[in-house]
Design a protein around this ligand. Structure first.
Ligand code: ADP
Ligand code: MG
Length: 254
């Protein structure tokens, strides 16, 4: 069953058609790759799924529900989390703080009550649970030792993991990863591949992965969609996509 379905989705920016009549179905529990040359429209697809952009045309559904009825700030509560192409973490917060940001919006009693947290045992308990969950995610990602450090003082590979952690702590059903291996060395990329697999297996999350590192994509994705100039030009297993002449042409820029 498809957890995410895009039908004939188009996104125009003035004269630019960034996404052009795209059909995309992502199976629940899959690691699905979305690849294509620079400017193909991949990040725009992520921005559409996370509701940053309103599509010019087309429909998007998540778990059978119309995504376009969800407010951007609600997408995360519906179970969709993302990371960004460039790391976006809060400078003034520790690693743990970055994972807890946004968590209190999940609390039943809201922000004001959260500020009064220590007065309300139930809120205090929810905060403790959120912190325990965040620490568990940091452990899982192998970065718990950095919990009190400020992200900008840490190596880039660690910052990427922190961002990954921030997405995971929301317990998403679908996680959108935008070039997670960018700036990573081969060793870090290898570890990332293993992590993505574990995320799927342990958190039962579906993963939609945009990535330039082809060896990573080919190694961990069960299915791959290839875009060029906003359109889907190929789709299939890694073996099918790799041998597709249209894909080879797109990458060679002919
Ligand atoms: P990719 O992630 O595949 O490299 P993008 O989705 O970032 O591609 O961009 C696809 C196209 O849409 C590019 O031509 C880009 O310049 C354009 N684009 C993306 N976002 C915007 C925007 N907010 N305003 C105008 N043009 C945009
Ligand atoms: Mg991009």
């Amino acid at each position: 069953m498809a957890i995410l379905e895009l039908k004939q989705v188009t996104m125009r920016f003035g004269g630019i058609v960034a996404v052009d009549g795209l059909d995309l179905a992502v199976e629940e529990g899959a690691i699905h790759g979305l690849i294509g040359p620079n400017g193909a429209g991949k990040s725009t697809v992520f921005n559409l799924i996370s509701r940053f952009y309103e599509p010019t045309a087309g429909s998007l559904s998540f778990q059978g529900k119309d995504l376009l009825c969800m407010a951007p700030h609600d997408v995360i509560h519906h179970g969709i989390a993302r990371t960004f192409q460039n790391v976006e973490l809060f400078r003034g917060l520790t690693v743990l703080g970055n994972l807890l940001v946004g968590q209190h919006s999940r609390f039943r009693y809201g922000l004001v009550a959260s500020a009064l947290g220590s007065l309300l045992p139930s809120v205090r308990r929810q905060e403790q649970e959120a912190e325990a969950r965040a620490l568990e995610v940091l452990e899982f990602l192998g970065i718990a030792t950095y919990k009190d450090a400020y992200p900008h003082s840490l190596p880039y590979g660690i910052q990427k993991r922190v961002e990954f952690g921030r997405a995971l702590v929301a317990q998403p059903k679908l996680i959108l990863l935008d070039e997670p291996a960018a700036g990573m060395n081969p060793q870090e990329t290898q570890e990332l591949a293993e992590l993505i697999r574990q995320v799927r297996d342990r958190y039962r999350a579906t993963v939609l992965l945009v990535e330039h590192d082809m060896s990573l994509v080919m190694r961990i994705c069960e299915r791959i969609t290839v875009m060029d100039f906003g359109r889907k030009i190929a789709e299939g297993t890694p073996a099918e996509v790799q041998s597709n002449p249209a894909v080879i042409r797109a990458y060679l820029g002919e």
